[in-house]
Design a protein around this ligand. Structure first.
Ligand code: NAD
Ligand code: TYD
Length: 348
């Protein structure tokens, strides 16, 4: 086992988003006696309802603000005596990056740069950067990404994340800062904004809406249940080695069309609907430009060094996820304005 890094006051950026909120919920379930400050600009993807179960915890503080504002970052680090930052805040959706890349550069690159500048001025702070496997580009049918795979980003989103990763590396080398980086595969689970594939398929199928499949549906992603990612990150802020990168993955590679079939079959069983009727909603549409064919992560480093591995099988994670969406129609209503409850009771 690695040496334990002790920390007291943690700044989480983007903690009102999908993965950041899972991280905060996970951290606060543990024996943590410091303060967890959540800095989030509450963009369309940020939602404080993701944190209702911990909002009254005395160890938790919310600060609304933007990582593009460096003076704010420095002020918060002083005010809360921050000794560790874990950085989730980002524009995170590939399709949006294709239609409007500027926000991705401003938040993902400049925002990360501002945080690194803050750490350069306060070098006692440890900085963990949360990144993606998409920086490595696309694989053919064989092979996996390892931590030393070359960077070959293909979308404005992955290019912006790759740029931010390079800045983390450069700041660690040049200024001898304490940094750690993790590159994770596709996450799924409760509270994911329904622009991403899995919640989109669940919600469209529940509402009898078409399910758009890009191209032929043969692109492959490696899926990880979000709480397993959160647990890996809690371990990494305690035990991740200075200057190192860790790949995190779910060891669950699926083509998009296989994934969609699995979701529909679970939903059909859970709500007593005919599976073939749900499959009729599948609708092949024009492919995403620059669509990466396959991602696959080799996560042996974190498995061997930190004894972490994904705890949820895909079937278990998917069942938990669908159950959560079925039981949280109010969250969805607040987010989308659609009345899922009414639709569910009328149609099933
Ligand atoms: P998300 O889009 O659900 O949440 C992003 C959060 O960041 C939101 O709460 C948003 O309000 C906040 N934010 C955005 N711009 C901001 C700004 N300028 N200042 C302050 N806050 C801002 O994203 P997510 O899926 O939770 O992803 C979190 C991180 O994990 C991202 O860095 C992403 O690149 C990375 N990641 C995501 C996945 C995935 O499958 N979703 C996989 C690997 C890595
Ligand atoms: P997505 O959830 O956007 O994640 P990422 O692009 O970061 O991997 O998409 C996952 C896969 O699903 C990707 O191959 C694109 C595909 N996809 C569709 O086929 N239809 C859709 O409506 C969406 C949103 C994604």
């Amino acid at each position: 086992m690695q040496q334990l890094r002790k920390f007291k006051n943690l700044l989480v950026t983007g903690g009102a988003g999908f993965i950041g909120s899972a991280f905060i919920r996970t951290l606060l379930k543990q024996d943590f006696s410091g303060t967890c400050v959540n800095l989030d600009a509450l963009t369309y993807a940020g939602n404080l309802q993701n944190l209702t179960e911990i909002q009254d915890d005395s160890r938790y503080i919310f600060e609304k603000g933007d990582i593009r504002n460096q003076a704010l970052l420095e002020h918060l680090c002083q005010e809360h005596a921050i000794d560790t930052i874990i950085h989730f805040a980002a524009e995170s959706h590939v399709d949006r990056s294709i239609h409007g890349p500027r926000n991705f550069v401003e938040t993902n690159v400049i925002g990360t740069f501002n945080l690194l500048e803050t750490v350069r001025l306060n070098p006692h702070i440890h900085f963990h950067h949360v990144s993606t496997d998409e920086v490595y580009g696309s694989l053919g049918n064989e092979g996996t990404f390892i931590e030393t795979s070359p960077y070959r980003p293909n979308s404005p989103y992955s290019a912006s994340k790759a740029a931010s990763d390079h800045f983390v590396r450069a700041y660690a080398k040049t200024y001898n800062l304490s940094t750690c980086l993790s590159n994770c595969s596709n996450n799924y689970g409760p509270y994911q904004f329904p622009e991403k594939l899995i919640p989109l398929v669940i919600l469209n199928s529940l509402q009898g809406k078409q399910i758009p499949v890009y191209g032929k549906g043969i692109n492959v992603r490696d899926w990880l249940f979000v709480d397993d990612h959160a647990e890996a990150l809690v371990q990494l802020i305690h035990y991740g080695k200075k200057g190192e990168t860790y790949n995190i993955g779910g060891e669950t590679e699926l083509t998009n069309i296989d994934l969609i079939h699995q979701i529909l079959s679970h939903i059909a069983r859970m709500i007593g609907k005919d599976e073939n009727e749900l499959k009729n909603l599948i609708h092949y549409v024009k492919d995403r430009p620059g669509h990466d064919l396959r991602y696959a992560i080799d996560c042996n480093k974190i498995k061997n060094e930190l004894k972490w591995s994904p705890r949820h099988s895909f079937s278990e994670g998917l069942r938990k996820t669908i159950t959560w969406y079925l039981n949280n129609t109010e969250w969805l209503h607040a987010l989308t304005g659609e009345n899922y409850q009414e639709w569910l009771s009328v149609n099933y």
